[in-house]
Each structure stands twice: as C-alpha cells, then as structure tokens.
Design a protein around this ligand. Structure first.
Ligand code: SAM
Length: 312
C-alpha cells in the first residue's frame, strides 16, 4: 500500500538523523554506519531532540536490564535499523532473547546489511555457530529479526513463537515513533494483546504528544514526523491520553513525560557536553519541539511498577 511505503521510509529518515547526530559526537554508536551510509546536515534542535530520545529510552532499557538481571527479553516493535542489540552486546548487557519486528521490506534491508558486515554478524550470539536466514527473517541464538505487519496479531503471534518468545519472563517492549503510524484501532488491539500475553512486562513508547492547540486544531507545522498526519493523532493529544491508551487496554499502570522533562532529567555533565557540540540560535525552537514528543511507560506486574525518568 502507498501509505505503508511512506511509513517504511520513516525508518530511513530516523536512521539518517541518528547517524548524523552520532557523526557529530552527540552519542556513541559504532554500528549505525553499517546500516546507513550517507546522511545530510540536520538542524541542531533536531540533533538535540534525537539525543534526548535515544538517552531517554536508554535510561529505561538500563533500568529494565538491572531489574531483570539479564534474564529478560527485549521486543522492539517497528525496530527499523536500530542498533540496540549490538550496543548492548558490546556493553556486556545482552538480554536472554532479543526480537526485532518491522515490515518485511524493512527487515529484508536489515538482513542484507547484517549479512554484508562481519562486524555485525560476528556479534550474533551463536552457541553452535548456526544463523538461519530467509530474505526477510534472521534467527540466531538470542537475536531474531522478523518481518511482519504489527496490525496482524495472529501472524505476529506465530512469528514471535518462531523467535522463541517466552511469555513468562520479564519483557521490555520498545516502540520508538511507531504506534503513531498504526491506525488507532489496530494499535489498541496490539497493546491489548501484549498486555494479555505478557504478565511481567514494561512498555516504553516514544511519540508525539500535545498535538492540539488551544482551539482544538491539530498542529503539524513544526513537526517533522509524518505519523502525525495519520489517525493515531487522538492518542497523542496529551500525556493523559498517552497513559490512558495503556490502562484502558489492560496494562496495570502507566506514566508519561514530555521530552522537555526527559531532557532536563539527563545528567547535567552530559547536557553541558552536548550543548557545546553545536550552538543553538533559538532555544525556544528546541523547547517547542521537545514539548511535542513524550516517553510513556506502562507496566504489568510489580517488577517494573512506577519507574521514573530519574537517572539510575
Ligand atoms: N524505531 C526505529 C527508530 O526509532 O529508529 C524506527 C522508527 S521509524 C520512524 C518507524 C518504523 O515503524 C518503521 O521502520 C516502520 O516500517 C515501522 N512500522 C510502522 N508501522 C508498522 C507496522 N504496521 N508493522 C511493522 N512495522 C511498522
């Protein structure tokens, strides 16, 4: 479908932005270059926004890793070219299982890049050295890359089983700028199904928020993400709607913060460092951008109850 092609292309945009910020030294990612070869200049506020996004999510990943003691699994929904598996591997923090899901067109490209680069393939944990590939899927010992449409739950369920999912271990779901591309009913069905299946889990969702102005109109002009044109916009109305979409779908609790709060919660020394990477002409523009994105978390079970954005 034409819309799906547009959605898949958002991965190129996100990956390019991340690569550019990495190239400038905002954060370290030795693997992103293997997935995206070229990038063009992005404005400083976009780079800082990506920095806050990556570090804000990383904070919850670290908390999950500590609380689950390496015995959990991570399921990245709409993973695109995310390099988290390799970064965790390098840091000695691999979970028991790591599953990435995206449209087959996107996972096919990711499979291609993994196959092509020894630096990526060598890090896939394989006890017997066996890695199984199809054109769109890849299965290694604790890494599974799977092509599927997140709107089709029964196919998703089968694919997760192929990826050796364990419904009973602590599970972290990541959705970084993804749910907004899925229509509201399908996104609710997905969130509900995950809540029913995974009783000990944490969901970390990054996406748009505060999408209506005081007259109730959807604001689009200063936002870059094409997803806000799609029907998920009602879920992105406020921090409360972001939380409620989880609690009405079977998650026990939820919390949400704007990216302004997330940015301010990052370690001061790091903020000082990255604020020196590039000068900002207008800080106001950055604040406006950060106000329109948020991190929402939702939990099931007591292990991940009430996690906060405080570092640590
Ligand atoms: N999460 C990655 C990141 O932040 O770098 C990629 C973000 S990109 C903006 C959105 C991703 O969600 C794309 O890779 C897209 O293909 C994927 N996506 C959106 N809707 C999907 C669906 N129905 N099924 C599978 N993947 C989907």
């Amino acid at each position: 479908m034409a819309d799906d092609e547009g959605t898949q292309a958002t991965n190129d945009d996100a990956s390019e932005c991340k690569r550019y910020a990495v190239q400038l030294g905002y954060w370290n990612d030795p693997f992103i270059n293997y997935f995206i070869r070229q990038t063009t200049r992005k404005p400083p506020e976009i780079n800082r926004g990506y920095y806050a996004r990556v570090k804000g999510i990383e904070n919850f990943i670290n908390k999950f890793s500590k609380l689950s003691g390496g015995k959990g699994q991570i399921i990245n929904l709409g993973a695109g070219f995310d390099t988290l598996y390799w970064r965790l591997r390098d840091a000695g923090c691999s979970p028991q299982n790591f599953i990435e899901l995206d449209f087959p067109t996107v996972t096919a490209k990711k499979c291609y890049h993994i196959k092509k680069h020894k630096q990526l393939i060598d890090k896939l944990n394989t006890e017997d050295g066996e890695i199984r590939f199809s054109s769109t899927d890849l299965h290694a010992a604790n890494y599974h890359l799977i092509g599927t449409d997140l709107r089709h739950i029964s196919e998703l369920s089968n694919k997760l089983i192929q990826a050796e999912v364990d419904f009973n271990i602590p599970t972290l779901f990541l959705a970084e700028c993804v749910l907004v591309y899925i229509d509201s009913n399908a996104a609710s069905a997905l969130i509900k199904w995950l809540a029913q299946k995974f009783s000990n889990s944490l969901f970390v969702n990054y996406e748009q928020v505060n999408m209506r102005d005081k007259f109730g109109q959807v604001m689009l002009s200063n936002l870059r993400c094409r997803g806000c044109l799609l029907s998920g916009v009602d879920d992105c109305e406020s921090l409360e709607t972001q939380q409620r979409r989880f609690t009405i779908s079977g998650w026990e609790g939820s919390n949400a913060w704007t990216m302004v709060e997330v940015y301010d919660s990052l370690p001061e020394s790091e903020r000082i460092r990255i604020e020196r990477v590039e000068m900002l002409d207008e800080r106001e523009l950055l604040i406006q951008l950060l106000q329109h994105y948020c991190i929402a978390v939702a939990w099931n079970g007591t292990m991940f109850k009430n996690l906060s954005i405080a570092q640590g």
